[in-house]
Design a protein around this ligand. Structure first.
Ligand code: SF4
Length: 280
């Protein structure tokens, strides 16, 4: 067994909290640049330039890309040959979030109770998705999730007879109904299959895949391409003000499902499609 101290995981979460909120990934930046040539609307072009300028300032000055620095969503892939030492994993991750959001002067957006609505003051607790995997490493992926795009997400328990056409129509409908609320150009995460909660998780996980990387199954890769085309033909455009560039990409993740079910979930991410990882 390889020993990993949870303090190292906490430090990684602290650093990623600041890094992901202040530095838009190279792939995201280059996609938005590329889309400037695709966009035909003058307003849309202007918005894409402003997004690039905003990302540049954030990176250079070490300030947040957006005032909404998000819910701290932390994916941990824990190698089964790792022995965690030094304390409680959940507390260590939470401590990393608290330090990152406090030391990075990032907005604290989390309420201790959804109805009583009192701010916890340090952006904790995070949402932690823990997966046990082979090996002796720990992969920590940090993905702060803004409320505007999260609120436009949806899960539907479709009928098996709805088939893939039902799934596609649901995805396009969700994007069009969302309009400018998720701050387009968006990244569209789609979960298909599994149970109710697995399907929602898949849609979130789909947002982590690098832009432009297609599903390994050509069947779903083709559907990703088709959905991207349909979404971008919808006319929603940058910030919902019309144009050709509504989405940067569409990613689908799938899971085996019950014979009576066809769950489908859509999780939208905004142009500030933030995520980063460390391997310990
Ligand atoms: S959806 Fe994204 S860009 Fe829009 S306010 Fe929220 S975090 Fe910021």
């Amino acid at each position: 067994m390889r020993e990993v101290n949870v303090k190292d995981i906490s430090d990684a979460v602290r650093d990623l909290s600041i890094e992901t909120n202040c530095v838009l990934g190279d792939a995201e930046v280059s996609y938005i640049k590329k889309m400037q040539d695709v966009e035909e609307s003058a307003t849309g072009k202007e918005i894409l330039s402003m997004l690039l300028e905003n990302a540049k300032i954030a990176r250079e000055e070490g300030i947040a890309i957006c005032q909404d620095t998000g819910f701290a969503v932390v994916f941990i892939e824990l190698g089964q040959d790792v022995h965690l030492v030094g304390g409680d994993l959940g507390e260590a991750v939470s401590d990393g979030v608290a330090r990152g959001y406090t030391e990075g002067y990032l907005r604290k957006s989390i309420l201790s109770d959804p109805i009583k609505r009192e701010n916890t003051g340090d952006n904790t607790p995070p949402v932690i998705h823990l997966t046990i995997v082979p090996g002796d490493k720990v992969r920590v992926t940090f993905a702060p999730k803004g409320g505007g795009s999260e609120n436009m997400s949806e899960i539907r328990m479709l009928k098996p007879s709805d088939g893939i056409e039902g799934v596609k129509d649901f995805v396009v409908e969700r994007v069009v109904k969302s309009g400018g609320n998720p701050c387009p150009p968006i990244v569209v995460g789609v979960g298909i299959g599994g149970t109710f909660e697995r399907c929602a998780f898949l849609a979130k996980k789909a947002l982590l895949r690098p832009l432009g990387q297609r599903h390994s199954d050509p069947f779903y890769a083709d559907i990703e391409e088709e959905l991207l085309r349909r979404v971008n033909e919808s006319g929603v455009g940058p910030q919902g003000l019309g144009g050709r560039v509504t989405a940067l990409d569409v990613h689908i993740e799938t899971h085996p499902c019950h014979i009576a079910s066809l769950p489908a979930a859509v999780n939208l991410n905004c142009h500030a499609s933030r995520h980063g990882e460390r391997i310990i």
